[in-house]
Design a protein. Sequence first.
Length: 145
Amino acid sequence: MKIYTIGFTQKSAEEFFTLLKSNGIQKILDIRVHPSGQLAGFAKDRDLAFFLRELAGIEYVHLSELAPTEELMKSYRADKDAAAWEAGYRQLLDERGMPAGLDRAMFEGKVCCLLCSEAEAAQCHRRIAAEVMKREWGDVDIVHI
């Protein structure tokens, strides 16, 4: 299984949708805390679902089980401690029973992509979520686009 990840910041809408289409993405799994945030621009959940469907035939799902908590986000913004942030997010996933609690069938049969806002996967929870899925499920290749 291959799981893609993408962040929408620092990308134009044209670049974002072109990347999704050129990589054959069929389903976006939005793992943001606030998918309807006013700073999301073209990636605001309702607008994004429309654009994905109409421009690229891509399904949109908000997967809150993989979103960090607001408290975890506030803590990171306050101290910028990346190691503590990552440890806290991994602990949160463990507490939620993720990814074991996810229906793996959601990821099979369609080319899926985890979505968050952060431009670079190295600095984003989507990377960690994908790594935890790989650890749990084994046969996962991760591609950051």
